[in-house]
Design a protein around this ligand. Sequence first.
Ligand SMILES: Nc1ncnc2c1ncn2[C@@H]1O[C@H](COP(=O)(O)OP(=O)(O)OP(=O)(O)O)[C@@H](O)[C@H]1O
Length: 310
Amino acid sequence: MNNSQPAITVTDLTRTYGAEKKDQAFTAVNGIGFDVHHGEVFGLLGTNGAGKTSTLELIEGLSSPDGGEIRVLGLDPVADRQQLRPELGIMLQSGGLPSQLTVAETMRMWAGTCSTPRPIDEVLADVDLTHRADVKVGALSGGEQRRLDLACALVGDPSIIILDEPTTGLDPESRRNVWDLLTGLKERGTTMVLTTHYLEEADHLCDRIAIMHEGEIRLAGTPTELVAEVAAEITVTLPAGHPPLPELPGTQITRAGHDYTIATNHLAEDTLAVLDWAAHHRIAPAGFAARPATLESVFLSIAGHEHATV
Ligand SMILES: Nc1ncnc2c1ncn2[C@@H]1O[C@H](COP(=O)(O)OP(=O)(O)OP(=O)(O)O)[C@@H](O)[C@H]1O
């Protein structure tokens, strides 16, 4: 394996559903491109229907692109599926594991499909399910089921893991447990591609993020780079009859009654300027806040306000 090459390369990728019936054709993935480096955690964010799962399915080789190219470890996910399979661990959106099998039976079944499986006890210990080995899958909590899904993805000792919404529906504590597991995998050098609707999760886990909308990647970069794309905000509530606000070059100021919102790329300087101005005029603002941009504000600037998270 050549580690100087990206682990995954996606070039001008397109997926159209119903292409055989032209009037019903729908392009879910529309000419996207990105690289995922070895040992990197790469996140796909986006609204419902943005094309995230379709993209993962193409990387997994479960469907063929209608245009463009994917290389995983230099291989074609469809044509070279047999060769690639031991390298890929897949955690689908909802596990769908048989509910009547026990955890240990499920793991043995999965291990049986892998050419060089890891010892089952070891994998169950990794996901903290050793004590549940004899419990039926149907009796597991949501968090335990998700950890079992992850165990199935890990049993073949893959170098790349693809995770579709690994923590959707979990309570905050279970979510953090899964984050800890994924962080442990990352520290061991596993490459990961994940989708999530939780911006905090993306911020916590991902080295780089691509925000998809309507089949396209609208913005990509490290969380810090993404946040730098959107202006920070100062809000201030001023009394009637106040003198004009100071000159704040490069800002955009909007007003609603006594409330002013100042969008700025120079949060510290402009905050000081507004507070100096207020002190100089002996004005005590009834409300004041200065907030840096967040991943959520970046997401909303792309996806629109109707889709905050979820
Ligand atoms: N097999 C299919 N046939 C037709 N359309 C499909 C099929 N699979 C997905 N789509 C459509 O393609 C679009 C993208 O779906 P996809 O599941 O990739 O989005 P997503 O970003 O993963 O969404 P979510 O966050 O809801 O999981 C959606 O409009 C979906 O309805």
